[in-house]
Design a protein around this ligand. Structure first.
Ligand SMILES: Cc1cc2nc3c(=O)[nH]c(=O)nc-3n(C[C@H](O)[C@H](O)[C@H](O)COP(=O)(O)OP(=O)(O)OC[C@H]3O[C@@H](n4cnc5c(N)ncnc54)[C@H](O)[C@@H]3O)c2cc1C
Length: 125
């Protein structure tokens, strides 16, 4: 695995490569998962999804932001709508049309976020 990673990441920043060359632990496979896009559902009274449960995607720096935005919108709906079901409907009417991304974009992003040749400066930060 070490040999494979060093070959794959040849040209990346020295500080990153140092970690790969000299760490004394084993390599643990931690797969990344993404929900299909667009991901939607039929409304169920009083139940909804937010954050990764609603739109899990590869770690591209968006997930925590979306989870917080979802939480804010659901909380706002809960204090402004007359009951829980109206709040869930209001939240889903805002969240569902906005969050799904074009088909394939998450998969494409996951490839482009790990370029074979990453700029050295970025990796050395
Ligand atoms: C390697 C990596 C890097 C990332 N980097 C970024 C980044 O730079 N910027 C960014 O914005 N996002 C990033 N993300 C994504 C971000 O971490 C997630 O999108 C965000 O944490 C989603 O929040 P969440 O509350 O929806 O889910 P989670 O944070 O996963 O919270 C779900 C919680 O539910 C708990 N749980 C699960 N099942 C049960 C159960 N049955 N009963 C009770 N509790 C349960 C879990 O233990 C967990 O605490 C990254 C993710 C990964 C994996």
């Amino acid at each position: 695995m070490r040999t494979h990673l060093l070959k794959t990441l040849d040209g990346w920043g020295e500080r990153l490569l140092h970690l790969l060359r000299y760490n004394d632990g084993g390599f643990i496979n931690r797969p990344l998962f993404a929900l299909p896009v667009p991901h939607t559902w039929e409304h169920v009274p009083g139940i909804t999804l937010l954050g990764d449960a609603a739109h899990l995607m590869p770690p591209l720096g968006l997930g925590a932001n979306l989870a917080m935005l979802d939480g804010t919108e659901l909380a706002t709906a809960l204090v402004t709508e007359p009951d829980v079901d109206d709040a869930v409907r209001a939240y889903e009417s805002i969240m569902l049309p906005v969050r799904p991304r074009p088909p394939g974009s998450a998969r494409k992003d996951s490839k482009t976020s790990c370029p074979r040749r990453a700029p050295r400066r970025r990796c050395d930060r």
